[in-house]
Write a protein that binds this ligand. Structure first.
Ligand code: UDP
Length: 442
């Protein structure tokens, strides 16, 4: 890897560091895509990337585990999938290949949930729920898509008692879903909700499903067929050389300087000086940027407990699928991930990582998920107003600060998937520069 990385001690001799056109806070997907776009589009402009962790990639970061030789995603399993051809084309750009990204290998992710049922005891069923799951769970013998759809329809609330999402087609008398529970019950009915979603959601989020927005469970569809794949998107793949290599390739550009292990908040006086940075892109939590002056937004964090199984055999596994979900109250973790199964890695050993939802405490763990509920939505809107005011500040009005832009999951306080994070960054860049300047190298 040939990233230009300077040591964090630069702060002490900061005067020798040249000014940058764009300073970017956070080397996750969003920030790194902005960095790549900026450096490629404006060939002569210098970009500074500041990352508080000791690695790039944000929560996509992966590494090879020493004991097993298996590539592990440090912050939980990341499965790339998208409907957006523009995103797919972007991550497959020749340019990135030349800079060492590696290709993307088709990977149709599948998940099993470990559940109890009355006729078999403990068993595994595919999630999202589909005909195979129903046959196992309820001892049925559904054989056609029509039968699956009919069964599902009969076991959901009556049409007039179902709610719909704000962006879904609504039949006249249906109301809008208010929370994750009414959304989920409307979609799958009470029994499946109890078996697969209720406790999992409570463990994951540390609160009742009624205290979460409907978009949380709406992420998981129900299939009126026998398709067990977790995602239906036309493009789904894993990076052959890993996410870290991919993000390094984004940043591997002669105009980009990356500093690892440097917290923006320790140096914000320098980065917010317009003489040092003309533009500032912030990808961290939006409330932290504004010193939480309107109050704290809530985030959910995760804890990971790895366990190595030695000498299981080169191609052998200890789980029936790469990811097993545990919607039972008797198991403390939400899911367990056997990373060896991703891209069918070979090792004589295997490693399983058990994942628990946990409270986010600033400085102690990472903020993974924005918590979607009315209170946080309202507070976020207020921060968004502040951010819009900053974004619209005109530098020619004697303002000596850089223009500030907010990008990514934490700055937008939105449960973005990886492709949405990339799309958000690409769209912001186009909106700021491409649609206006219309020149550059692309
Ligand atoms: N969920 C659930 N049971 C499952 C899988 C998901 O209840 O077996 C719910 C849970 O509330 C979760 C949400 O659906 O937070 C979204 O799941 P997804 O797999 O998209 O979560 P992520 O991988 O982003 O953590």
């Amino acid at each position: 890897m040939q990233l230009k990385i300077i040591h964090r001690s630069w702060k002490q001799n900061g005067s020798s560091i040249p000014a940058f056109h764009a300073c970017i806070v956070g080397a996750g997907l969003s920030g790194s895509v902005i960095a790549e776009r900026y450096a490629s589009w404006f060939r002569d402009r210098k970009v500074l990337m500041v990352e508080k962790r000791n690695h790039v990639g944000g929560n996509c970061y992966d590494y090879t585990d020493k004991a097993t030789g298996i590539r592990v995603h440090k912050y939980g399993p990341h499965l790339f999938h998208t409907n957006h051809k523009a995103v797919w084309d972007y991550i497959n750009k020749d340019d990135l290949q030349r800079r060492g990204a590696g290709g993307w290998i088709r990977w149709d992710h599948e998940v099993l949930a470990s559940v109890e049922n009355s006729h078999q005891g403990s068993t595994f069923v595919p999630v999202p729920i589909n005909g195979i799951s129903l046959n196992i769970l309820f001892n049925l013998n559904l054989t056609t898509d029509e039968e699956v759809k009919t069964w599902l329809d009969l076991h959901r609330p009556r049409k007039e008692d179902r709610c719909t999402l704000s962006n879904e087609k609504r039949e006249t008398e249906q109301k809008e879903c208010q929370n994750a529970e009414d959304q989920c019950i409307s979609r799958v009915g009470q029994d499946l909700y109890n078996i697969v979603f209720k406790t999992y959601t409570e463990k994951q989020w540390g609160r009742k499903a009624t205290e979460l927005g409907p978009e949380v469970t709406a992420r998981i569809p129900v299939h009126g067929n026998f398709d067990s794949r977790y995602f239906q998107d036309p493009y789904q793949a894993l990076p052959q050389k890993g996410y870290t290599r991919f993000v390094e390739a984004l940043l591997n550009h002669s105009s980009i300087t990356t500093i690892l292990g440097l917290n923006f908040f320790e140096v914000r006086d320098i980065l917010e000086d317009g003489k040092f940075c003309s533009e500032l892109f912030f990808t961290g939590p939006i409330d932290a940027f504004f010193d939480e002056k309107l109050g704290k937004l809530e985030y959910r964090s995760l804890m990971f407990s790895p366990r190595v199984f030695f000498d299981v055999g080169e191609s052998s596994h200890v789980q029936p699928s790469s990811v097993v979900n545990y919607p039972s109250p008797d198991v403390p973790w939400t899911r367990s991930v056997e990373y060896k199964q991703f891209l069918r890695q070979k090792s004589n050993h295997t490693i399983v990582v058990y994942e628990h939802g946990t409270k986010y405490v600033a400085g102690q763990n990472e903020p993974y998920y924005p918590v979607p509920n009315d209170q946080n939505r309202r507070l976020f809107k207020m921060y968004q107003e502040l951010s819009k005011r900053l974004e619209s500040l005109n530098q020619s009005d004697g303002n000596r600060k850089p223009k500030v832009h907010f990008v990514g999951r934490l700055a937008n306080y939105k449960y973005f998937n990886m492709d949405e994070a990339i799309l958000n960054a690409l769209n912001l860049f186009d909106h700021l520069y491409v649609n206006i300047h219309g020149s550059g190298s692309g």
